[in-house]
Design a protein around this ligand. Structure first.
Ligand code: FAD
Length: 321
C-alpha cells in the first residue's frame, strides 16, 4: 500500500505547498507504516525538479508529461490523479489546500468514493479510529474529524507542516494515461496578470499597508521593502475601497486570504476582519505608531513607531544583508 500525493506546479516549478504535502505524507507513512510515498506531477516539469521532490519525502514521482495538463484544467487533473491513485493502489491521497487543490479534491472525492478532509493541520490520530485535526472559522478554532471511509483525501493547510529537506532524490517514472478529451472541455486561452510577479495568495512574504500610510503617494515605501524581500504587496479593505490600491490586494475576511511565512503589516489597526485573512501566516510583524493597536496581540514581533521613519530604515537594513 502507498500514499499518493498530488503535486501542483507553476511554470515548471513544484509549489512549496505541495512539498509540504509530501512531507506530511512521509510523516503519515512513517507513523502508520503504510509504505511508499508516491507523488504524481502533471504537465511540463523537468526531471531534475521532480527528483528534488525526494528531499521532502517521496520515493517516487509519477510524471504525466502531457503539456495539455500544464494549465491546471480541473476535470483533466482529477481524472489523471484518479488513474494514478488506482495504479499505485493507494488508500490515501494527500494534497495542498489551494484553489486548484480544492477543486480537484472535490471531484476526486466523488470519483474515488473517498472522505475528504480539508485544512488539515496535524497528522491523524490513528490509535482509536482515524481522527483528523483541521482548522475552521478562518483559523479561529480547530475541529477533530473522525474519518470512517477506506479511501481518504487530506488537504493540508499551508504552513501547517515543517518542510522536510534531507537532500534525497526521488525516482521519476514517466506515465502515460488515457485522459478522454471530454475532460478538456475548458481551456485557458490566455492569462493577463493583474498584479506583479508575485501572486498575493501564494506569496511567501507579504508587505501590507493600511490607512496609516496616509495616501497612495506613500506606497513607494511599501513597494521598496517588498522588492527587497521578494514579497507581494497587500492592503487593508479601506485602502482599496478609497482607491489607493487595487481591490485584488485587499486582504481579509472579504478579500484575499494569505498564508505566507512572513506577513508585515504597516499602519493597519488589526481589526478582526483583517486578521481573518492573515492568521494562517507563520510570522506576523506589525509596525504601528499606536502601542494599543489590536494587531500587536496577533503579532510575533512588533515595532511601535511611525511607518514613515521605520520603513526606510527597515528597507536599508534588508538591503545591507
Ligand atoms: P484604521 O482602522 O484607520 O487603522 C489605521 C492604523 O494605522 C491605526 O492602528 C493607526 O494607529 C495606524 N497608524 C496611523 N498612522 C501611522 C503611522 N504614521 N505609522 C504607523 N502606524 C500608523 N478590513 C480589512 O482589512 N479586510 C477585510 O476583509 C475587511 N472586511 C470587512 C467586512 C465587514 C463586514 C466589515 C464591517 C468590515 C471589514 N473590514 C475589513 C474593515 C475593518 O473592520 C477595519 O475597518 C479595517 O481593517 C481598518 O483598516 P486599517 O487598519 O487600514 O485602518
Amino acid at each position: 500500500m502507498s500514499i499518493l500525493v498530488y503535486i501542483e506546479q507553476a511554470e515548471g516549478s513544484v509549489k512549496k505547498t505541495s512539498l509540504e504535502a509530501v512531507s506530511f505524507a512521509r510523516a503519515l507513512s512513517d507513523k502508520t507504516n503504510c509504505g511508499e510515498v508516491v507523488a504524481v506531477a502533471l504537465g511540463t516539469v523537468s526531471d531534475a525538479e521532480l527528483s528534488n521532490v525526494g528531499t521532502a519525502g517521496a520515493s517516487k514521482v509519477f510524471h504525466v508529461a502531457d503539456s495539455k495538463l500544464d494549465d491546471g484544467v480541473i476535470q483533466a487533473h482529477a481524472e489523471a490523479v484518479a488513474q494514478a491513485y488506482q495504479k499505485v493502489g493507494a488508500k490515501t491521497l494527500i494534497l495542498a489546500k489551494s484553489s486548484l487543490g480544492d477543486a480537484v479534491a472535490a471531484r476526486l472525492a466523488i470519483k474515488l468514493d473517498a472522505a475528504l478532509v480539508s485544512n488539515v493541520v496535524e497528522l491523524p490520530e490513528t490509535a482509536n479510529g482515524y481522527v483528523v485535526k483541521r482548522s475552521i472559522y478562518t483559523g479561529k478554532a480547530f475541529a477533530q474529524t473522525s474519518v470512517t471511509k477506506e479511501n481518504k483525501i487530506l488537504a493540508i493547510k499551508k504552513n501547517a507542516v515543517d518542510l522536510k529537506t534531507d537532500g534525497a532524490k526521488a525516482s521519476v517514472e514517466k506515465v502515460s494515461l488515457q485522459i478522454a478529451d471530454t475532460n478538456f472541455a475548458t481551456k485557458i486561452t490566455s492569462t493577463d496578470k493583474t498584479t506583479g510577479e508575485i501572486l498575493l495568495p501564494e506569496a511567501d512574504i507579504v508587505v501590507s499597508g493600511g490607512r496609516g500610510m496616509k495616501g497612495p503617494e506613500n506606497w513607494g515605501m511599501i513597494e521598496d521593502l517588498a522588492k527587497e524581500l521578494g514579497a507581494a504587496t497587500g492592503c487593508s479593505k479601506p485602502v482599496s475601497d478609497i482607491g489607493w490600491r487595487p481591490h485584488h490586494e485587499h486582504v481579509g475576511q472579504t478579500g484575499v486570504k494569505v498564508a505566507p511565512t512572513l506577513y508585515i503589516a504597516v499602519g493597519i489597526s488589526g481589526a478582526i476582519q483583517h486578521l481573518a485573512g492573515v492568521n494562517s501566516s507563520k510570522f506576523i510583524v506589525v509596525i504601528n505608531k499606536d502601542p494599543e493597536a489590536p494587531f500587536f496581540k496577533a503579532a510575533d514581533y512588533g515595532i511601535v513607531g511611525d511607518a514613515f521613519e521605520v520603513l526606510p530604515k527597515l528597507t536599508e537594513a534588508v538591503k545591507a544583508i
